[in-house]
Design a protein around this ligand. Structure first.
Ligand code: FES
Length: 86
C-alpha cells in the first residue's frame, strides 16, 4: 500500500524504517520527517504525515502489547519483543 503518493513510499518501507530507528536509537523521535530523512525523502504536500503517525502509533501499541517484534537482539539472529525478555 502506498502511504506517500508524492514520494511513492510504501507502508512496508515506513515500517522498516521505524524498526531500524528503534533498533539504532530507541530514544529517537519517530516523526514523519525523521522517517522520511532515513529514506532520503522529504514531505512535499505532507498529506501523508497523519497516516505515517498512525503507523507509528500502531507499531508502538503492538510493541506494548507484545504483538510485534521491533528491536533485534544485538549479536543474535533472533529478536525479542520490545519490553520482553531474551
Ligand atoms: S503524500 Fe506524502 S508528501 Fe505528499
Amino acid at each position: 500500500m502506498i502511504v506517500c503518493h508524492c514520494n511513492v513510499i510504501k507502508r512496508a518501507e515506513v515500517q522498516a524504517v521505524i524498526r531500524q530507528i528503534m533498533a539504532d536509537d530507541p530514544t529517537q523521535a519517530l516523526e514523519p520527517h525523521c522517517i522520511y530523512r532515513v529514506l532520503n525523502k522529504r514531505g512535499r504536500c505532507c498529506c501523508c504525515f497523519p497516516t505515517v503517525c498512525r503507523i507509528v502509533d500502531d507499531m508502538l501499541a503492538d510493541a506494548v502489547t507484545g504483538a510485534a517484534v521491533l528491536m533485534p537482539l544485538a549479536g543474535r539472529d533472533e529478536a525479542i519483543p520490545l519490553g520482553g525478555t531474551a
